[in-house]
Ligand binder design. Structure first.
Ligand SMILES: [Zn+2]
Ligand SMILES: [Zn+2]
Length: 126
């Protein structure tokens, strides 16, 4: 019976974590799209309407939890240039979060970090 309770707790925590990560991603993407013009920072393609979903937010320091309100860590890249950017980054042989994914698979602690990070508070509309 105890075991069941622990399982339940774990599942809840995981669900909360995924929900938090999803809403967080939406949060900074919306902010970045408001802040910058809808142009890929690498190939210069312009995006509007439905095509806008191909424009993604890249984190310059590759730390997705580093989201300064002035947008200084963000760059809008189309999905293709975004891929390239990460390939280059991998070849240079450094990279925090992504390296963890490659070497150790999913890390629960990274998720916890995201959960505890204070910047989810500033999602409120102004
Ligand atoms: Zn591009
Ligand atoms: Zn990126």
């Amino acid at each position: 019976m105890d075991g069941e309770m622990i399982m339940q707790k774990k599942t809840d925590a995981l669900e909360n974590m995924y929900r938090d990560l999803a809403s967080k991603e939406k949060g900074y993407r919306a902010r970045a799209l408001k802040m910058f013009s809808h142009v890929c920072g690498s190939c210069g393609r312009e995006f509007e309407g439905r095509g806008l979903k191909e424009l993604t937010v890249h984190h310059k320091d590759h730390n997705h939890d580093h989201n300064p309100p002035d947008g200084s860590n963000w760059e809008l890249l189309c999905i293709y240039c975004h891929d390239n950017e990460h390939e280059k980054h991998k070849m240079k042989g450094y990279g925090g979060a992504e390296k963890a994914f490659q070497t150790g698979g999913f890390s629960a602690f990274e998720g916890l970090d995201a959960l505890l990070s204070p910047d989810s508070k500033d999602e409120r509309k102004t």
